[in-house]
Design a protein around this ligand. Structure first.
Ligand SMILES: Cc1cc2nc3c(=O)[nH]c(=O)nc-3n(C[C@H](O)[C@H](O)[C@H](O)COP(=O)(O)O)c2cc1C
Length: 190
């Protein structure tokens, strides 16, 4: 069973990208052989990072739980809004707490915008950050535009095209998750 949790990266009041996170979660839950769950940064509510987890003997509440889930994951997905052409500070704050947990870990990125560009400026920046941490950004992405109208409150897309795009995106995330998991299993046996 592959573990592929999903980070929901907006903590904003009236946040819209949580609908996209619900959509990705529901479609990933339909995949055989995959265990997934939402890691909602609003619920974790991590304080401003003073030091990485592994240099802290007084970690903030639930940080070790979050780290364990990322560590055990075969891959993870980030569903993030675009803020000022970048990713939200709350996402970078959470990501910066960890490091060894990301090593060779495939990461799928779904970006969300209010307008028509789907958050692709944010996508480019987030890929650079993930590479710096030793993670492996999956080449396929899932940009979601006009979020107020494109995804309903329950996570159902209004435009059927998103079903096809999400399916292709998840195919690739799962492919990379399997590939890396297989290789790590071989390394363990050797
Ligand atoms: C501080 C801030 C900056 C934003 N900058 C952008 C931007 O650069 N490009 C864009 O398409 N949308 C931008 N938006 C709109 C968000 O993409 C929009 O709020 C959308 O609903 C997703 O974010 P949410 O999950 O926080 O609602 C911005 C929103 C905020 C609050």
């Amino acid at each position: 069973m592959l573990s592929i949790p999903i980070i929901a990266a907006s903590t904003r009041r009236d946040r819209q990208s949580i609908k996209a996170a619900r959509f990705v979660l529901a479609r990933l839950q339909q995949r055989a052989g995959v265990a997934t769950e939402l890691l909602d940064l609003l619920e974790y509510n991590f304080p401003i990072m003073e030091e990485r987890l592994h240099h802290r003997d007084d970690p903030p509440p639930r940080l070790e739980e979050f780290a364990g889930k990322i560590d055990r994951a075969d891959a993870f997905i980030i569903v993030t809004p675009e803020y000022n052409n970048g990713y939200p500070g709350v996402l970078k704050n959470a990501l910066d707490y960890l490091l060894p947990e990301y090593e060779r870990k495939p990461v799928g990125i779904a970006t969300v915008s209010a307008g028509g560009f789907g958050g692709i400026s944010c996508l480019a920046q987030l890929r650079q950050v993930l590479l710096a941490m030793g993670a492996v950004p999956v080449p396929e992405s899932l940009p979601i535009s006009h979020i107020r109208d494109s995804i309903k409150e329950d996570g159902t897309p209004s435009d059927a095209a998103y079903e096809k795009r999400a399916a292709g995106f998840l195919d690739e995330v799962i492919w990379f998750a399997e590939a890396v998991a297989d290789r790590k299993a071989r390394d363990k046996k050797a």
